[in-house]
Write a protein that binds this ligand. Structure first.
Ligand SMILES: C[S@@+](CC[C@H](N)C(=O)[O-])C[C@H]1O[C@@H](n2cnc3c(N)ncnc32)[C@H](O)[C@@H]1O
Length: 247
């Protein structure tokens, strides 16, 4: 099995594929992350798109075999766009009863999280490299998630790029269908316009109910990441929305 250098690039650029919600980036891994990838990918990582680069375990009907992936049955938290993985690692470390599936399109982020998994001795984290929406659509069954986390998704601030935003009605309906009834979808952003859009889209979905009136106060269990700190340094205000699947 080879490592996932560009495992999803050719797939994501096919013209008939849905629009990407992420910027394809090429960034050097650096020695530590290359090392983390070489040692830890076979145990904790898998490729969303390319079976040659760490196939994901599948059930006979082609779905992601979560039980084989984690080696147990536990409530599953999906994090979309885990970035460098600081939030995933910190939340999973104090929530060992649930399993955390982090999905990230940017390989250095995947490698960084693998390093954190080792450093903190986490057994309840697995990391998928590639387009999270693609995996959710094709390989996660309805009602299989306890929670979905979408923290600081790419803001796509230009109006002509808003169609690339992760939080939009079709994606929210998809994520809601994969949550169990009672499961939560938690989104956060430091872009005012995106925050308003999140609140509007998440509360407009008939299967979701807001857990607060408007935004929720910043939950203490969500650590501040570099992305968030960069926004705060620019004077941005951070907003969290948490909705629950009700039907
Ligand atoms: C602005 S960063 C925030 C990272 C992290 N959540 C944090 O708070 O620090 C957004 C991340 O989402 C990833 N991303 C966006 N769309 C994605 C998708 N469809 N599948 C996987 N990752 C995605 C990007 O590669 C990027 O690393």
């Amino acid at each position: 099995m080879s490592l996932p250098s560009d495992a999803f690039r050719h797939v994501a650029s096919r013209p008939h594929e849905p629009l990407r919600t992420f910027h394809p980036r090429r960034a050097p891994l650096g020695r530590d992350r290359e090392d983390a990838l070489a040692r830890l990918w076979p145990r904790f990582g898998f490729s969303v798109h390319d079976d040659a680069h760490g196939p994901m375990p599948r059930t006979p009907d082609g779905m992601l075999d979560v039980r084989a992936l984690f080696g147990r049955d536990a409530p599953l938290v999906l994090e979309i766009g885990s970035g460098m993985g600081e939030t995933t690692a910190a939340m999973a470390a104090v929530d060992r009863g649930r399993d955390y599936l982090a999905l990230e399109a940017h390989l250095p982020g995947v490698a960084n999280l693998l390093g954190l998994v080792e450093e903190l001795g986490l057994t309840n984290v697995r990391v998928g490299h590639g387009d999270a929406l693609d995996l959710v659509r094709r390989a996660l069954p309805e009602g299989s998630l306890d929670a979905v986390h979408v923290f600081f998704p790419d803001p796509w601030p230009k109006a002509r790029h808003h169609k690339r935003r992760l939080v939009q009605p079709a994606h929210v309906a998809l994520l809601r269908s994969r949550l169990r009834v009672g499961g939560t979808l938690h989104c956060a952003t430091d872009w005012v316009h995106y925050a308003e859009q999140m609140l509007e889209v998440l509360t407009a979905d008939p299967g979701l109910a807001n857990t607060a009136v408007g935004f929720v106060p910043r939950p203490a269990h969500r650590p501040v990441t570099k992305f968030e700190q960069r926004g705060l340094d620019l004077g941005h205000e951070v907003r969290d929305v948490v909705v629950r699947r009700v039907r």
